[in-house]
Design a protein around this ligand. Sequence first.
Ligand code: FMN
Length: 262
Amino acid sequence: MVKPKINLFINFESTYIASIKNKLLLSSNSLQTKYRKQISKYEREGFYKILFSRRDVRSHFIKKDIPLATILRIINAAHHAPSVGYSQPWNFILIKEEKTRLKIKNSFLREHQKAIRLLENNKIKQNKYKSLKLEGILESNLNLCVTYDDTRFAPFIIGKTSIPETGIYSVCCAIQNLWLAARAEEIGMGWVSIISNRELKKILEIPKYIKPIAYLCLGYVSEFSQTPDLEKSKWLKRLALNEIIYLEKWGNQVRKNKVKLL
Ligand SMILES: Cc1cc2nc3c(=O)[nH]c(=O)nc-3n(C[C@H](O)[C@H](O)[C@H](O)COP(=O)(O)O)c2cc1C
């Protein structure tokens, strides 16, 4: 296979080796030792700051390369997510090449048109939907496809015997880790699901037995929105806590005044 002439990939081996040498980036043991101690109140604040300021980012990407060491740190954070039976069923495909991204973007445009047609009977909603920016495939610095391997360590995976979907849930846990780690590195990330998985598999030469779970766009940004874009554009708003919490039985809501936001 011809190696793509892109710095990211040319640098991959040397950065990978260097990161192993200094043991900071990829050694689970050294990371686990480093972060083993009790969480201080400042660290707790830092964690919540990252969590509440994380956004799905599709615009405001700036032209600045993400260093490979940073990419590896973020992927390593994803790789430390929980997984059913410790099956680690994920892979991460790094995509820099424009011609690949253009193919993905075309898939997005086709699927986007399909979604627009679904709103044919509601012109107001259709127009609003049309006005939304829902991907940053070409503008972002790096695209990342996260996949699920149902066969990894198969057939007996502890915890997956009754609920096979737990494999996919595990990949979603990794994606959330990745999202938060990206935010901690001041990198915006957007999830694009308005694409055809069939086309994605073909473009990225993903084998039949592997399932793409997420197509992600990452890059440094000029700003992080304070509120979700879909809230800002009045598409939907965040539900109140008392609407989503039930006591003891399904549907048994707590009264509004009993649930106070922190
Ligand atoms: C599984 C999944 C798929 C998503 N697909 C898209 C997408 O195709 N386009 C998009 O603009 N946002 C997508 N999003 C982002 C959501 O719209 C976003 O998370 C939500 O509006 C809340 O905003 P926030 O992430 O900034 O808090 C997706 C999010 C998830 C979890």
